[in-house]
Design a protein around this ligand. Structure first.
Ligand code: SF4
Length: 283
């Protein structure tokens, strides 16, 4: 059995920074609030909860006695109005919005001021897109996955930072063909880390007989890596728990590729490698 692990592994930089800050506060204070799940990975959430993190999901859940407390804004970012409300309710708000997400928001806002209508290729219900909408002029913004007819003529096309590179290209080609824009500006705002993980998944899944894509069931970037891998390697498995891994039939001749979503901690990866190494000895 041969095991090949993608070079990009574990948390992405944005998630890792937020995770470190949460842990530091927990170590010093034993308690911190987090606005929304820090990552789409239940094991990580459970671990932080056990250490004293309290997740609130929306302004309705702001506790009454929060004036001496600290709250973390996660890497996806949040609408400006919600941030202002947090600032009024908590002693300290630590904004851990990923700089790459912030750049997208700033760029869209600047271009709106220059008269561009912004089309964002993304999922309207995704927290990052909700954050974008809440930080720019929403009357000059369309968030969509479907290329469609739009009446505006001066357009900026951007992408949610975690979308698939290939799909973004297909999207902007199609939307340009569907419309008669006077001016189109295309900015690839997909996070570089996302692009590298996709490329590595693509390469590894062409070389391996079995692929394990490790990540939480709610992690959309892990799902995306799974679909990319599945196109090349039929025996691609989405590993959201150890139990799922144990169900997979592995043979001594298998060449196993492993990739992780950007919300998957490295510890999960090493546990899986340990398991596979022990299994190899028994095969
Ligand atoms: S995937 Fe990229 S943009 Fe999103 S949090 Fe991670 S580093 Fe930032």
């Amino acid at each position: 059995m041969e095991i090949k692990v993608a070079e990009r592994k574990g948390f992405c930089s944005g998630v890792l920074n937020a995770y470190k800050v949460v842990n530091k506060i927990l170590k010093n204070n034993g308690k911190v609030y987090i606005y929304g799940d820090l990552v789409h990975n239940q094991e990580v959430i459970n671990e932080l909860n056990e250490k004293g993190a309290i997740t609130i999901r929306g302004i309705k859940e702001i506790p009454k006695n929060s004036s001496n407390e600290t709250i973390i804004i996660r890497a996806h970012g949040i609408p400006q109005k919600e941030k202002e409300l947090l600032e009024k309710s908590f002693l300290k708000v630590i904004d851990m919005t990923c700089p790459i997400v912030n750049n997208l928001v700033k760029y869209a806002r600047e271009k709106q001021k220059e008269g561009y209508f912004v089309v964002a290729f993304g999922k309207p219900e995704h927290p990052e897109m909700i954050g974008l909408k809440g930080n720019v002029d929403e009357n000059k913004l369309l968030i969509t996955l479907q290329p469609q007819k739009i009446k505006q003529k001066k357009i900026l096309i951007v992408s949610q930072t975690t979308m698939e590179e290939k799909k973004f290209k297909e999207f902007f080609v199609e939307i340009i063909n569907k419309n008669e824009f006077f001016e189109v500006l295309i900015k690839k705002t997909i996070c570089y880390e996302t692009i590298l993980r996709e490329r590595e998944t693509n390469e590894l899944s062409r070389q391996c007989s079995v692929m394990f894509v490790i990540g939480g069931e709610r992690s959309s970037n892990t799902k995306k890596l799974y679909h990319i891998s599945k196109q090349n390697c039929d025996k691609t498995f989405f590993i959201s728990s150890f139990e799922k891994l144990k169900e997979v039939d592995i043979h001594p001749s298998d060449k196993i590729g492993i990739v992780t979503g950007s919300s998957t901690p490295e510890s999960e990866l090493y546990n899986i490698i340990d398991y596979l190494t022990q299994k190899e000895e028994l095969l």
